[in-house]
Design a protein around this ligand. Structure first.
Ligand code: FEO
Length: 168
């Protein structure tokens, strides 16, 4: 059975993953508003991936005979300066999530919670991928610069992502 300390910490992480879903869905809406449907579609996939992360932890708590508690989700930001600004904020947010996962792992070590350690190792690896993907897209957007045709083509490429795996 999961300890109350670990249960509380994982419930807080579930909230962060659900906030991430909400945050990226708001970014998708912003991308739609600046006529970048490919980026918007990519971001909807990203939002769905965050739901998968949340559900993974949700199931883990139940499998360990714990109780999930859902907290309120903050209102996400609506406006950005540019598509570059969007992805710089994605990277910043993923770094925040990485820090949170690392702290959770430290707690699992302290609590001698071996199943949580194994579960969180998946998230540690996933965060490497999440940060790399955001970084790669930032570099591509920077390469495009002010060239509208290149941005149009990058938007089309982003729209080809059709799974919740990081496809960019
Ligand atoms: Fe659930 Fe993007 O980390």
């Amino acid at each position: 059975m999961i300890s109350k300390t670990m249960e509380k910490a994982i419930n807080e992480q579930i909230n962060k993953e659900l906030y991430s879903e909400y945050y990226y869905l708001a970014m998708a809406a912003y991308c739609e508003s600046i006529d970048l449907p490919g980026f918007a579609s990519w971001m909807v996939m990203q939002a769905q991936e965050e739901r998968v992360h949340a559900m993974r932890l949700y199931n883990f708590v139940h499998d360990r005979d714990g109780q999930v508690e859902l907290f309120a989700i903050d209102k996400p930001r609506k406006e950005y300066d540019s598509i570059l600004d969007v992805f710089e904020n994605v990277l910043k947010h993923e770094k925040f999530v990485t820090q949170s996962i690392n702290e959770l792992y430290q707690l699992a070590l302290k609590e001698n919670d071996y199943p949580a350690q194994v579960e969180l190792q998946w998230f540690i690896q996933e965060q490497v991928e999440e940060e790399k993907t955001a970084n790669d897209i930032i570099q591509q957007i920077k390469m495009v610069g002010d060239h509208s045709m290149a941005l149009f083509m990058l938007d089309q490429q982003m729209g080809e992502r059709n799974t919740t795996d990081n496809g960019a």
